[in-house]
Design a protein around this ligand. Structure first.
Ligand code: PRP
Length: 205
């Protein structure tokens, strides 16, 4: 049985549709309930619905053999897993954003609100810019509006959240999309089925 960690939510739905379309369907996934584990003995696959930011932990520790996670999360947490494929889903960018018309005062450390402290530290170090990280867990856009930070370092997908809060992108730092990852020993011991999934996805993409 291959354990597949899917990110719960919109991206997970798209990824499951992709897996179903390449022959790894699991009919119980379409039931409207609060279950977190769905199994198809016929296809030899078990889907686990995991909080998106936890997928890499399940895969790194072998609780799941493979999983799907955003490149943004991989950059932030650098888990010890194999990155097998870019699924070209969930595309977004990692960007520095600020209030419209904001001007950087380079004489003071820049206060950066973010869910991505490690990626932000690395980026601003390359810019030789002194910063102070304010680690938040969501609604990052509030921080510059309330004066909690000068800028935010966050993902931008459609740009709607920025626009509707009178913020705009200052610099785009990296691109992100969903990646298929594998546990390192599962990749040896379950090579047959993992390779089959990769090959079919590549054909489909
Ligand atoms: C993410 C991100 C932005 C928003 C960007 O938040 O942190 O707030 O999506 O998307 P957009 O460019 O399409 O508007 P998420 O929805 O994950 O919620 P959160 O604020 O709880 O982190």
């Amino acid at each position: 049985m291959l354990n597949v960690a899917l990110p719960k939510g919109r991206l997970g739905d798209k990824v499951y549709s992709l897996f179903a379309s390449i022959g790894y369907e699991c009919p119980s996934m379409n039931e409207d309930n609060r279950k977190l584990v769905f199994e198809s003995t016929e296809k030899n696959v078990r889907y686990l619905l995991v909080k998106p930011s936890d997928v890499a932990i399940y895969v790194e520790r072998g609780a799941a053999d493979i999983g799907v996670v955003g490149k943004d999360t991989l950059l932030e947490t650098t888990p010890d897993v194999y990155e097998l494929l870019d699924l070209k889903l969930g595309k977004c960018s990692l960007a520095v954003a600020a209030r419209n018309g904001w001007i950087d005062d380079v004489s003071a450390p820049l206060r950066v609100a973010t869910k991505y402290p490690n990626v932000a530290q690395t980026y601003f170090a390359t810019q030789n810019r002194q910063i102070e990280i304010i680690k938040l867990n969501g609604s990052i856009e509030l921080a510059p509006i309330l004066g909690l930070s000068d800028v935010i370092f966050d993902i931008v997908e459609t740009g709607t959240t920025l626009r509707e809060n009178n913020l705009s992108v200052y610099t785009t730092v990296a691109q992100s999309s969903a990646r298929l990852i594998a546990n390192k020993s599962s990749y040896q011991f379950k090579a047959g089925i993992i390779d089959d999934i990769c090959r079919r996805i590549e054909e489909r993409l």
